[in-house]
Design a protein around this ligand. Sequence first.
Ligand SMILES: Nc1ncnc2c1ncn2[C@@H]1O[C@H](COP(=O)(O)OP(=O)(O)OP(=O)(O)O)[C@@H](O)[C@H]1O
Ligand SMILES: [Mg+2]
Length: 259
Amino acid sequence: MTQLLTVTDISKAFGGNQVLKSVTFSLQKGEILGLLGPNGSGKSTLLNAISGFTRVDSGSVSVGEARIDHLPPHRIIQAGIARTFQLPAMPAKMTVMEVVMAAGTRHHGIWNGLLSLPSGRRAEREDSQKASQLLETLLLSKVRNLPAAALSGGQKKLLGIACALMGEPEILMLDEPMAGVHPQLRQELVATLQMLSQQGISLIIIEHDMHFIKSLCQRCIVLDRGHIVASCHPDDLSKNQDVLDAYLGRGSRMLKEAV
Ligand SMILES: Nc1ncnc2c1ncn2[C@@H]1O[C@H](COP(=O)(O)OP(=O)(O)OP(=O)(O)O)[C@@H](O)[C@H]1O
Ligand SMILES: [Mg+2]
């Protein structure tokens, strides 16, 4: 497999709180990587660092050979990395469809669009078809004309995924996509993410739901207080003493039920 994303030795502190400590890992093309760790271990901060929402203090992030750690978030999206948020906030006055359409980041040529030239209209029609297809895949078609802010927590998570996919990313990073999503829909989401992976999209998924992680991920990395303490197959997590220590406290020899 080809190495797609390379994170090398990144560190980040907020004041005196050292949240990421020399984090190094890579993501292969088509890989589904789980990002685990207890609450407050730095998972969302790591996603923020890769996506440009947080500037790292040191270290580097590269896509292929290109460094991206100095780029603003919109340039990182253009470089092929999209992400969702742990707590998605949606605009009060936009419908679900409008929110997805607004997430389309392809360049159509601004004058074509503003002057309603045929190529601009064609691109808009293509975006509209893509948005409708994504809403259908994520079971949001029925609510497409509702205000996005009126959706349930789980539906907002799914809408976040639809928005991220509008930019046709090479790498999709999801921050706790299952939280608040109905169990039946979870199965559909697993199938959708597997399909994306088969299409060549690489995924980084933060999730506490171990069933979900085991059904999707080929590899997991585990953060403990800003350090990567394990990188292994999901089936090996429960045997890894560093992982048990991270979740249960140092010196523990008991298996955490959820792991
Ligand atoms: N913008 C910020 N300013 C100050 N501290 C921050 C900021 N963002 C994160 N932190 C701190 O960094 C630490 C790690 O937070 P982070 O959100 O990355 O954890 P997490 O692993 O995603 O946890 P959870 O599983 O609860 O979502 C926490 O102590 C948090 O308070
Ligand atoms: Mg988090």
